[in-house]
Design a protein around this ligand. Structure first.
Ligand SMILES: [Zn+2]
Length: 304
């Protein structure tokens, strides 16, 4: 988290929490294992993404994560692996995303991991926990066994700090995702609905995190959300993007001047970026320099 209170580039307070897990893996000669709740499902908002399936935005993030593990192998022979604990099934009903879309996204992500040879990455989801159960029943069992009370979460958010930042970030995503033409009520009713949904998304993610802690007690927890100094998770940025809350599943990959960033689809198009297809499917955008200087706005912000 920017301004999260860290002391220097490698912060000893942040590292301290994770050193034990790394030391104990190294003592036993085990590979270092990370757990990352991420890659849930694409945002249902067509102004932000190219569709329900993973595209180059996900591919770049997967390549980065695999490369991170390879770099660890260079200094520690048993190496490292990241278990991607897809949390789509955990809260897709709250986002208005179908279970079929969650399944299709996870299967396509698996195929992508195989295709790019990201052999340090594996997927794990609610489907692997409650094998054979119905999707609605899976969510009910998860909540019943592992979710904190909503009142407890409201108190945490009221106290400010990181929980408040998380609540605001998620409320913002819900507003963006649900404010399409499908919403027929007033703006203030939508805001109330999104605030309520944000609490329930946090409640389900917390339940998922609690279950993962139990299932993988020796793993090191990574998080895609910015973390303040010295927490039990290491915050990790999946892409080179100025908005630390933007993820590959809320945006599109945009190439400009030889490097990639993430932008909302509508912003990429407003800036004059050109859509690129790969294997017959929309993949990402390219922003040519002339378009970048004419288009202005979003790209200038992305470079800031
Ligand atoms: Zn720190």
């Amino acid at each position: 988290m920017r301004d999260g209170g860290c002391a220097g580039r490698v912060c000893l307070r942040c590292v301290r929490h994770h050193l034990d897990a790394v030391h104990s893996a190294m003592r036993d000669g085990r590979r270092i294992e990370f757990v990352l709740p991420a890659f849930p499902t694409k945002s249902p908002n067509p102004a932000k993404v190219l569709g329900p399936l993973p595209d180059l935005a996900e591919e770049l993030a997967l390549r980065f994560l695999n490369e991170l593990c390879e770099r660890i192998s260079e200094v520690y022979a048993p190496g490292a692996a990241i278990l991607i604990c897809s949390d789509g099934r955990v809260f897709n009903d709250l986002l208005g995303v179908s279970d079929d879309n969650v399944t299709a996204y996870a299967q396509a992500l698996d195929a992508m991991i195989t295709r790019i040879g990201a052999d340090r990455l594996e997927q794990f989801s609610l489907d692997d926990v409650y094998t054979g159960a119905g999707h609605e029943d899976m969510r009910t069992m998860l909540s019943a066994g592992h979710a904190p009370a909503l009142e407890e979460l409201r108190e945490e958010v009221r106290a400010g700090g990181a929980p408040l930042a998380m609540y605001r970030g998620i409320t913002r995503f819900m507003l963006e995702d649900l404010s399409g033409p499908a919403w027929t009520g007033t703006r203030s009713a939508l805001q109330r609905r999104c605030r309520d949904l944000a609490y329930r998304v946090i409640q389900r993610s917390r339940a998922w995190g609690n279950l993962l802690d139990r299932l993988f007690p020796t793993a090191i927890r990574l998080s895609i959300h910015p973390q303040p100094c010295g927490t039990d998770k290491i915050g990790i940025l999946l892409a080179d993007t100025p908005d630390t809350w933007l993820t590959p599943w809320h945006s599109v990959a945009v190439e400009a001047g030889g490097r990639f960033t993430l932008m909302k689809r509508a912003e990429a198009e407003e800036a004059g970026a050109e859509l690129v297809f790969a294997g017959g499917r929309p993949s990402h955008y390219v922003l040519h320099q002339a378009a970048a200087s004419h288009g202005g706005g979003p790209w200038d912000r992305a470079c800031a």
